[in-house]
Design a protein around this ligand. Structure first.
Ligand code: C2E
Ligand code: MG
Ligand code: MG
Length: 431
């Protein structure tokens, strides 16, 4: 066995081995007999978290062995790292093989019993062209594979050339992030939250803006990219720190701030010290915890839910409010919600029907009403995002929704415009 070309955990090829053996196929000009595949195992992290790394390693080895057994001697299979794999399989076999590659059953021996898992994967696929080198092939399967990995709808994605342009663009964004932070290209905007009872400013949300040399990039573009890279965590703390600095300045100049929420990506939930890290920043700026709220989006797995719930409890114990952002767009079930000590639910703007169709409107009203009543029963506050019309605000008020955020009142405001609001514009006369 040549150790330079072998993955030490699974015994199959590593990236260098895949490159070497693939290159000899290219030299023989037979690479077009193959389809390139990138496989990523879904949620493998949970196996490590739940059973520990020894069993995780065992599952990984068995997974690789199972797949290797499905392949012909002249097909290639390699571990690229973590839970990412690459394959070259014969064109005519892909259709029949794919299902078996996407769901692999493994048995691991725990102390006193055998646990059986079905490890499901997502795949990126690529039809190899005669001029392709192994670099081209690996790049293209990886691009399609990463798209499949982050797709909520597709387990398999075939590579198209347009994906490469998108990938390069996204890579540029990811690569310029750290220097953008250092050059202060990010700024914080503040979007007011308005109490529906008395139409006064009752809080605001901090939203990041990236002013690049020639353009402003909006979070809908950069947040998903930074989330994939993990660098969103740096941005979230950067925003929190700026918010704390602004609050400190306002307090020092005699301007009473409102509670300001900042968005924290769910990726932070893997950080066991998240609560401590946040509290340390508040402490550094001597900010009373009543001025800060942390917005988190819904999570999908139970493990994530547990981390979310622990984080919320710690924040609550220190007087920091938490809210569940974009409620209604994710996976959280109402049964989970009752076990969460969250202070506020933020109804997503999709709850607000723009449709003139009376039946749709009626259905939406019933849903909003039910969620608001449930939140009241659970002693949570409710705020609705994306409120754009007087009619929507009136409806929300009649259903006892506590607050609203949206263009009807204000869009996200620059620091100076928001400061004016704090000083002289706390009352809105909109509804
Ligand atoms: P979000 O937290 O749900 O923030 C609300 C988004 O809705 C903001 O978009 C806001 O500008 C937009 N919005 C506000 N009022 C209205 C309205 O009346 N109508 C409509 N159609 N839209 C409205 P923005 O600023 O582009 O942010 C998009 C998302 O990016 C945010 O959604 C949040 O999830 C994320 N985001 C923004 N800043 C950060 C950040 O610093 N960290 C993290 N992790 N995520 C951030
Ligand atoms: Mg938010
Ligand atoms: Mg939201």
């Amino acid at each position: 066995m040549n150790y330079c070309y072998t993955d030490s955990l699974t015994g199959i090829l590593n990236t260098a081995g895949f490159m070497k053996q693939g290159t000899s196929l290219c030299e023989k000009n037979i690479q077009t007999d193959y389809i390139g595949l990138f496989l990523n195992i879904k949620g493998f992290r949970y196996i490590n978290q739940r059973f520990g790394f020894t069993y995780g390693d065992d599952a990984m080895r068995k997974y690789a062995q199972r797949i290797q057994k499905l392949l012909l001697p002249d097909e290639l299979f390699a571990r690229l790292g973590c839970d990412n794999y690459a394959l070259l399989v014969k064109k005519e076999r892909v259709d029949t093989l794919l299902d078996s590659l996407l769901s692999v059953r493994v048995h691991i021996q725990l102390e006193d019993f055998v646990n059986t898992f079905d490890l499901s994967s997502r795949a990126g696929l690529y039809t190899i062209k005669p001029e392709d080198t192994m670099n081209d092939i690996i790049n293209r399967i990886t691009v399609a594979g990463l798209l499949a990995k982050s797709s909520p709808h597709h387990n398999t994605i075939w590579f198209r050339e347009a994906m490469m342009e998108r990938y390069i663009h996204n890579k540029e964004i990811a690569d310029s992030f750290i220097s953008a932070i250092e050059n202060n290209e990010f700024s914080v905007y503040y979007q007011p939250k308005v109490s529906l009872d008395n139409q006064t400013l009752c809080g605001c949300e901090a939203l990041a803006r990236w002013d690049r040399v020639s353009e402003v990039i909006f979070p809908s573009e950069f947040v998903p990219i930074l989330e994939q890279e993990g660098s969103i965590c740096v941005l979230d703390f950067y925003v929190l720190e700026n918010v704390c600095r602004d609050i400190r300045n306002w307090l020092d100049t005699g301007i009473e701030p409102v509670r300001i929420s900042t968005n924290f990506s769910k990726i932070h939930l893997h950080n066991k010290n998240l609560a401590k890290d946040i509290l340390r920043i508040l402490d550094r700026y001597q900010i009373d915890t009543k001025y800060i709220e942390i917005e988190l989006t819904e999570t999908c797995g139970y493990e994530d839910f547990e981390s979310l719930s622990n984080f919320v409890d710690t924040m609550k114990a220190h007087g920091v409010h938490t809210s569940l952002d974009d409620f209604g767009t994710g996976y959280s079930s109402l049964t989970l919600l009752k076990d969460l000590n969250i202070d506020t639910i933020k109804l997503d703007k999709s709850f607000l029907s723009q449709s003139p169709n009376t039946t749709n409107k009626r259905t939406n009203e019933i849903v909003i009403k039910t969620v608001i009543n449930m939140a009241i029963d659970l002693e949570m506050q409710v705020i609705c995002e994306g409120v754009e019309t007087i009619e929507q605000a009136q409806l929300l008020r009649s259903l006892h929704c506590d607050a609203a955020q949206g263009f009807l009142f204000d869009g996200p405001l620059s620091h100076d415009d928001f400061e004016k609001r704090l000083q002289t514009g706390r009352v809105y006369h909109k509804i």
